[in-house]
Design a protein around this ligand. Structure first.
Ligand code: MN
Ligand code: MN
Length: 339
């Protein structure tokens, strides 16, 4: 089973401007064949179907630990997409066609289906499918598959990084490059322990040093490229049987297993409402007020209704609680509308 924390794996701030076509491009890193949905579900289902996990505990613990991290990666890339979509369509009267420009965006589902939110699909609009999951019951075949999956994922991250200068996207991609490198190395190390074969002799693929990417280098500088997290205080510690010894990709420094979660995890930004997309709708003032009263009555939160400092209240409309959250953020200009 899993526990959940209301934190993102890394601190993330809102990008200065909406970037809906950038969001459409990095959908590949969420729902593409080599995206985070694929890494998550491959390891998740391999761990569920793992044969002789007690006898093979270091290998089981490796797949299980990385599974938990991948769930956090799905959350990170989804959040980046949502931050890039925020404010991408203007508010306005329905008769003025405020969504007119959205028909020219790369991904129409973001607006029509998602209400300004991510979709579980790739950058070409194909929904993610369980056909991307390889779980063979054979340890070596699965490990080799996972190594290849991380290799492809890393290549796609480097390509997507070059497709956008949006800072939220680059912050997430830079981190995922480093963590993907760890997973690639971990599966290679596991294969070496089982078979003696050094698949890392095929590295680097692609031949790009993460250290050249500022958003990746900063994670290397704090040692994230040598650490594996168990995402559990009590379980999966036998992953150290695989993840230990000197790292030849980190100047021979020691690999580390961290019990629990990364210390840099932090609460993420709140995504605001969009009234022209009916999000969150009902009667907006009324549901914000209802929620505030529920928290007050239940003694859940010490905050008062209308206290914008509380993350749950942040919105974009001047008379809604927490209106200040959206200040300073621009929406996409409407190029088809003559001024
Ligand atoms: Mn990942
Ligand atoms: Mn990975």
């Amino acid at each position: 089973m899993f526990t959940r924390s209301e934190k993102l794996l890394i601190p993330l701030t809102k990008p200065a401007n909406p970037d809906p076509n950038g969001a459409a491009a990095i959908q590949e890193l969420l729902g593409g064949k080599f995206g985070e949905m694929s890494t998550l579900n491959n390891y998740l289902h391999q761990s569920f179907g793992f044969k002789e996990k007690k006898k093979l505990k270091p290998f089981y613990d490796l797949v299980a630990s990385i599974t938990a991290e991948e769930l956090g990666h799905v959350e990170l890339i989804s959040t980046a997409i949502n931050l890039m979509l925020e404010g991408s369509v203007p508010e306005g009267e329905p008769t003025d066609a405020p969504l007119e420009d959205a028909k020219n965006l790369r991904n129409t589902h973001h607006t029509v289906v998602g209400g300004g939110g991510h979709q579980v699909m790739d950058s070409m609009g194909h929904f993610w499918t369980g056909e991307h999951v390889f779980s063979s019951g054979n340890l070596v075949a699965d490990l080799l598959h996972n190594f290849f999956l991380e290799t492809g994922a890393r290549m796609h991250k480097h390509r997507c990084y070059q497709m956008t200068t949006n800072q939220a996207a680059r912050d997430v991609i830079g981190y995922l490059m480093v963590r993907g490198g760890v997973h690639q190395a971990a599966y290679a190390l596991a294969l070496r322990k089982v078979t003696g074969v050094e698949v890392t002799k095929m590295l680097p693929t692609p031949n790009i040093d993460d250290a050249k990417i500022p958003e990746a280098r900063k994670w290397q500088e704090i040692g994230s490229h040598r650490r594996l997290y168990t995402f559990s205080e009590s379980d999966y510690g036998d992953v150290a049987g695989v993840w230990s010894g000197p790292a030849d990709w980190a100047d021979g420094e020691e690999l580390e297993v961290i019990k629990g979660v990364p210390e840099y995890a932090a609460e993420g930004p709140v995504i605001g409402e969009c009234r022209s997309l009916f999000s969150p709708d009902y009667a907006p003032e009324e549901i914000y007020e209802i929620a505030a009263q529920l928290m007050q009555k239940g003694g859940i939160s010490p905050l008062q209704p209308g206290d914008g400092s509380h993350s749950r209240f942040q919105g974009s409309v001047p008379d809604s609680p927490g209106a200040s959250a959206q200040n300073g953020r621009k929406t996409t200009p409407n190029p088809t509308k003559k001024k």
